[in-house]
Write a protein that binds this ligand. Sequence first.
Ligand SMILES: NC(=O)c1ccc[n+]([C@@H]2O[C@H](COP(=O)([O-])OP(=O)(O)OC[C@H]3O[C@@H](n4cnc5c(N)ncnc54)[C@H](O)[C@@H]3O)[C@@H](O)[C@H]2O)c1
Length: 340
Amino acid sequence: METKPKIIVTGGAGFIGSHTVVELLAAGYTPVIIDDFSNSKEWIIDRLCILTHSSIMYYNVDCKNYETMHEIFMGLGDISGIIHFAAYKSVSESVEFPIKYYDNNIGSLATMIRLAKDFNIPKFVFSSSCTVYGQAEQLPVTELTPMQKAESPYGYTKQVGEQLILDALQQGAVILRYFNPIGAHSSGLIGELPNGKPENLVPYITQTAIGKRAQLLVYGNDYNTPDGTCLRDYIHVVDLAKAHVKSLQYLDKNKDTNTFNVGTGRGNSVLEMVKTFEAISQLKLNYKIVNRRSGDIEQIYADTTKANIILNWKAEYGIKEALIDAWNWELNLQELKLSA
Ligand SMILES: NC(=O)c1ccc[n+]([C@@H]2O[C@H](COP(=O)([O-])OP(=O)(O)OC[C@H]3O[C@@H](n4cnc5c(N)ncnc54)[C@H](O)[C@@H]3O)[C@@H](O)[C@H]2O)c1
């Protein structure tokens, strides 16, 4: 019987990882989740099994722990690839606790690279971020746009992480620079679970709409953008998940290290997001415009030509579908009284 290629998915119970597990199964891979549930819930695994009609292998382990991970890899036998999502992602927390962020984000990546080399695993996909660009002078940003000084320790962990891959892993790696992932699976079974107060716009919008938050603050309407509010490239998490499958397929044929922007190529303003949400939910959102917030860049959106051509990947969804799915997810969470 033909065996399906095993893919280690660190952080596979998290927001982007869980959606990627669904796409991996659909594409004929066997994902193996490694997650310590520091920023996710174990019941997401049950949801994934229901959603995909599969039994999914997972280990509740900190992937920085080389000895334990080595044992797991020994037990699994042939491993085709690693997709490394596991990291802490709160920009503000990283400013308060930089060591925690460098330790986890760089420590886990170094361990996973070491394992990839020890076990001769030919494919490695790393979650980077458009934060590496800072406020670029020219938009849209291409992969050749120079990196800027990072605004936070979190941002630095992505810059250092990219460099670590370039320095240490010559056997086939894809670095994906995500823009702003939003949305949820259309089944309503998996989605984003912010830990406490959300740092990202969309969960803040849906939590305000459902009454978990009193009011959404819009930071600044005097930016040099069409409506004065900040502009971002919001990508549906399912589109983003599919880019990981395309990256593995790229590494079937290429043994180099390559970097790709993963966005839609469009910039949408904060107010556009609010108005689109109001239209799809038929609700009036309680929001207030306040002063600019330090650390926010004015606008960024991706040039995705490289991923379109080389990975043969293109975002299919827009903000409307993503906001419908995010709202559906929030409503389901409330119905089931599942807490984030
Ligand atoms: N969501 C975004 O806006 C965004 C944007 C750009 C890049 N990224 C990057 O994408 C990746 C995934 O992000 P996400 O939004 O899915 O985050 P998430 O917090 O939802 O998922 C990360 C998962 O990793 C797990 N984890 C953390 N440290 C671990 C460790 N040492 N060992 C095992 N598991 C560990 C957490 O429990 C969680 O399930 C991260 O590397 C993040 O920095 C996210």
